[in-house]
Design a binder for this molecule. Structure first.
Ligand SMILES: Cc1cc2nc3c(=O)[nH]c(=O)nc-3n(C[C@H](O)[C@H](O)[C@H](O)COP(=O)(O)OP(=O)(O)OC[C@H]3O[C@@H](n4cnc5c(N)ncnc54)[C@H](O)[C@@H]3O)c2cc1C
Ligand code: FES
Length: 260
């Protein structure tokens, strides 16, 4: 367990067998681990640090949201960005990896109704919340289009009522969720979003009149993953906060997304 006592729950290292590692779209993969204890404990908002190598290169784990937790297994949806994720994409089922978890606090959730909006691989950060909320949350996912069919199928296999939008309009319910997202959101509703910076900026603009109902799920870089190194600090209206233990969800009008 983490010795600094900073994390809100036990953070342990596990050696976990990989049961699935499939390509869902260009540079996007879905990896599943046999992890009975983590699957039992995982809540929306939790993540894991995955160590791409058994050795020391790369040394640090890479943080990912728990996208699904079911039947003694947890899954992550990840995009190849650099060396760590490139190595992950080569892992074969049957191999075992070091995984640190659970990191991140469960999302505080006081909304009567939730709209969960994701751009691409950001969907991993909101899928578990959709599962917890079932009908009282709607899931909107944007993706490029052609070549992303398997990604859409994976999301729909877990959440058949998810609404998929494709930039090229090749499948799904249209070419932009911004044509259908309700505005204003209305009493008791919140919108939580996760995705690339341009997507979050577009949400901020779209809901500029009601920023208190808009929440960002942030994927800032991490090092230790349990609150000890200050490597993931973001500036907020309430002072500096660590994404790994104080987040990863922040109200849009209270956090500075561009403080790097
Ligand atoms: C709480 C949290 C949850 C996350 N959840 C997911 C998830 O569910 N799925 C997913 O695909 N990714 C997620 N990420 C991002 C993921 O951790 C990084 O993409 C990954 O660590 C990159 O590792 P790498 O070794 O491939 O790239 P590196 O070699 O470490 O980096 C390659 C380049 O990308 C930049 N970079 C790396 N990570 C980030 C980052 N987080 N933000 C901005 N720039 C970065 C680096 O500066 C570098 O230039 C999450 C991050 C956090 C903090
Ligand atoms: S990653 Fe070390 S404090 Fe957050």
């Amino acid at each position: 367990m983490a010795e600094c006592g900073c994390a809100p729950h036990a953070v342990d290292d596990y050696i976990l067998p990989v049961t699935e590692n499939i390509k869902l779209a260009d540079r996007i993969f879905w990896m599943t681990f046999a992890a009975p204890e983590l699957a039992r404990r995982a809540k929306a908002g939790n993540g894991v640090m995955v160590y791409a190598s058994q050795g020391s290169d790369p040394m640090l784990g890479r943080p990912f949201a728990v996208a699904d937790a079911e039947s003694g297994k947890i899954s992550i949806c990840y995009m190849i960005i650099g060396r760590g994720t490139e190595l992950l994409s080569k892992v074969q089922p049957g191999a075992s990896l070091r995984v640190r978890g659970l990191i991140g606090a469960a999302y505080p959730d006081s909304a009567k109704e939730l709209l969960l909006a994701a751009g691409g691989v950001g969907v991993g950060a909101v899928m578990l919340k959709k599962k917890e909320r079932a009908k009282s949350a709607s899931l909107y996912v944007g993706m490029p289009g052609r070549g992303c069919e398997a990604l859409a199928d994976k999301i729909l296999s877990i959440h058949p009522d998810a609404k998929i939008y494709t930039d090229d309009g090749s499948f799904g319910e249209g070419n932009s969720m911004f044509n259908v997202l309700p505005r204003p959101l209305g009493e008791g509703r919140q919108l939580w979003c996760c995705g690339p910076p341009g997507f979050l900026d577009a949400m901020r603009l779209y809901y500029e009149r009601t920023p208190r109902q808009l929440y960002y799920i942030i994927d800032k870089r991490m090092a230790c993953g349990f609150g000890g190194c200050m490597g993931c600090v973001v500036e907020t209206a309430n002072g500096p906060k660590r994404v790994c233990v104080d987040g990863a969800m922040f109200r849009a009008d209270e956090v500075d997304l561009h403080d790097d």
